[in-house]
Design a protein around this ligand. Structure first.
Ligand code: NI
Length: 426
């Protein structure tokens, strides 16, 4: 049991309340909860001068790519993938992925992210590190068959193994999903079989869509259809729940497909800008009531996992592009990073409410960029740098007044440096 005393809530920051947590849930929010027969082992957290916010949800990333931070900046996506990323990825081992994942987990915890949606390989090591970190996650094995039948069978087999393994862990914080990389790297057969497997195990699908103009053209050449039209034509969205990362270049017809098939979008503005991919039509998607969430993408193209940067950018970028300061207001961008992300991943979190998962972040209000202590949501969106004080995930304290409780920070940094050397020495 945890009691957070005298804390302010983001939507009602003028008065202080207590938040009572039992097991993994928020069971009560109110005044003077200390009087309520607390259990002897109840941990008391002083929330004075702090704001309690829901933990952020990063809906698109490749966590172990923390080790690729800064290795190949300022080049086009295909060159970035072919000449750098895929070369380094060929040198990865389970051990390297494990330490890269822990590094990413520390970065997320310290910037207020409590849940992430990942697609990568060496998934056993990602699962192990994620469990050790205490974070909540949806994990998928990234499948690429490059239209090769033998490879396809291997990829599907590995995905099914991973799904079964995650289910058998029986860890409510970790859920499986399916991760076909993209329509230009996966065959029609792989995509169709992925859909069937998603239905069989009732798991979501996490896929890259319409990230660059070149890739959209490639799919058009291959199939005579735009990517969403193509997937729609093969029944990919029938009975499945899809989270589509990027969605930068979309036709009106494709936006209709997204809207009518209950597809969720993960907006990754920093990665899209850095790789020169373009700017997703977010105001248009929001107008169509499409659920948009936020993602960082991997650290090779961002170069960090601080979702607060995406929150600010998603608000200001679309104002500038549309010459309209009213679009993507602070409520909207904050909701994309919390409630919407949780909804897409199927976790009952993203808001601080009784009955919801206790994924709570405390932020110290005695910081120059948060003063005056008024209009707190505006500060968090437009002024905050992501440096948080305390992080609780599923009723477990992962960061206590700036100190990690479960992970050995120095060891992770040391091992991450070592692993990086192994990757660049070619
Ligand atoms: Ni990605």
């Amino acid at each position: 049991m945890i009691l957070i005393e005298n804390v302010r809530l983001i939507d009602n920051y003028k008065s202080e309340v207590d938040i009572l947590i039992e097991k993994d849930r928020i069971i009560k929010i109110g005044k003077n909860l200390k009087d309520n027969n607390l259990k002897k082992d109840c941990t008391i957290i002083d929330g004075k001068n702090k704001i309690a916010t829901p933990g952020l949800v990063n809906t698109h990333t490749h966590i172990p790519m923390t080790l690729f931070r800064g290795v190949a900046d300022d080049i086009p996506l295909m060159e970035w993938l072919n000449n750098h990323i895929w070369k380094m990825e060929a040198k990865l081992t389970g051990e390297i992925v494990y330490w890269g994942t822990l590094l990413g987990c520390i970065e997320m915890i310290k910037s207020g992210t409590t849940t992430f949606n990942d697609m990568y390989f060496f998934i056993d090591d990602i699962i192990k590190a994620t469990e050790e970190s205490g974070l909540r996650a949806t994990l998928s094995y990234g499948m690429i068959d490059l239209f090769d039948e033998e490879k396809r069978e291997k990829e599907l087999k590995e995905s099914e193994r991973v799904i079964k393994k995650i289910i058998s862990l029986n860890n409510p914080k970790i859920k499986p999903s399916l991760g076909p990389h993209a329509p230009y790297t996966c065959s029609k057969e792989l995509l169709t079989e992925t859909k069937e497997m998603a239905k069989k195990y009732n798991v979501p699908i996490h896929i890259h869509m319409n990230e660059t103009i070149d890739e959209v053209k490639k799919v058009k050449e291959m199939t005579d259809k735009l990517p969403f039209e193509y997937l729609h034509s093969i029944g990919f969205f029938d009975g499945t729940k899809c989270i589509c990362a990027h969605c930068v270049h979309l036709s009106d017809e494709e936006i209709n497909i997204i809207k009518n098939n209950n597809i969720g979008v993960s907006h990754n503005p920093i990665s899209n800008l850095k790789l020169g991919s373009g700017i997703a039509p977010i105001p248009k998607l929001l107008k169509n009531n499409i659920v948009v969430s936020l993602g960082t993408d991997g650290c090779g193209s961002n170069n960090n996992l601080n979702l607060y940067e995406e929150i600010k950018l998603s608000s200001i970028l679309h104002k500038g592009v549309s010459l309209n300061p009213t679009v993507v207001d602070s409520n909207t961008s904050f909701k994309m990073a919390t409630e919407n992300g949780a909804k897409l991943l199927g976790f009952k979190s993203g808001v601080i409410k009784e009955g919801y998962l206790a994924d709570i972040v405390l932020i110290d209000l005695k910081k120059p960029y948060l003063i005056p202590n008024e209009n707190i949501k505006s500060h968090l969106v437009y002024s905050f740098n992501g440096s948080v004080d305390t992080v609780i995930v599923g009723g477990e304290i992962l960061l206590n007044e700036g100190n990690l409780t479960k992970l050995d920070e120095d060891k992770v940094y040391r091992m991450a440096e070592k692993c990086y050397r192994k990757l660049v020495d070619w």
